[in-house]
Design a protein around this ligand. Structure first.
Ligand code: FMN
Length: 219
């Protein structure tokens, strides 16, 4: 917001709901949500399990995506385009230094914050309480508000076979990556998972806890 109360000169508008959320050009203002009725799903710049994570997000109701800047670069490399994602999800991009969309957590919009897939970088930051990207800010602020966080950490095994944009690659996560995952397991209000099946099981338990149902259609 500018000092005279006018919207910034970029042509973007401020969402009226108190979160000072920048609505991108051509997008309608966000409708008001019922309290704690939505899932905040953070995507980081991980190609590993990216498609599997999005497939699960697509099966859940009322999901908003929060992208890191790296996610925004990596998604199209895997032929996942933001314009296509916007047809299925509300998409928030990492365009502010302070993580402005985090304000929606204070507005009680979300019941759960998911970070899937989580890069080694984001896992390390979350494990050490660093918040300098949209996903790490969402994760940290959710924890401070007592909102459960679920993190799909991809580098959890001594050997990881991952899909690069063109081929399958074998990686050997270092001791520091494995140690960071263990440290993350000790963070308050955080559940760490290490496979798509485990992510689905934890999401299923959370949905049952909230008496919510998965989508019947994957469209
Ligand atoms: C095509 C591509 C795939 C990547 N896949 C991974 C990955 O699977 N795991 C990982 O930890 N980093 C991966 N990276 C590197 C991260 O994107 C990079 O560390 C970035 O700084 C992470 O930022 P973020 O954690 O804020 O999203 C990949 C990068 C590229 C270009």
């Amino acid at each position: 917001m500018t000092t005279n109360g006018e919207p910034p000169a970029t042509g973007n508008k401020i969402d009226p709901r108190g979160a000072a959320l920048v609505v991108e050009d051509g997008e309608p203002p966000l409708p008001t949500s019922l309290p704690r009725s939505r899932i905040a799903w953070c995507i980081t710049g991980s190609g590993h399990f990216l498609e599997e994570s999005l497939a699960l997000a697509s099966r859940l109701p009322s999901v908003d995506l929060f992208l890191s800047a790296a996610a925004e670069e990596v998604l199209p490399i895997y032929k996942l385009h933001i314009e296509a994602l916007k047809k299925r999800f509300r998409v928030f991009r990492d365009k502010t230094a302070s993580g402005v969309p985090v304000g929606m957590l204070y507005d009680d919009v979300y019941h759960t914050v998911v970070v899937a897939p989580a890069t080694s970088n984001t896992v390390a930051k979350c494990a050490f309480g660093i918040s300098d990207s949209l996903p790490t800010n969402m994760f940290a602020q959710a924890g401070k508000l007592g909102i459960p966080g679920i993190v799909f950490a991809c580098d959890t095994e001594p050997v990881v076979v991952t899909k690069s944009p063109h081929d399958w690659v074998t990686l050997r996560p270092r001791r520091i990556e494995l140690d960071n995952v263990e440290r993350l397991r000790g963070i308050d209000f955080c559940h760490v998972v290490s496979s798509p099946a485990e992510l689905e099981a934890v999401l299923d338990a959370r949905m049952k806890e909230l008496s919510l149902a998965w989508n019947t259609s994957s469209s």
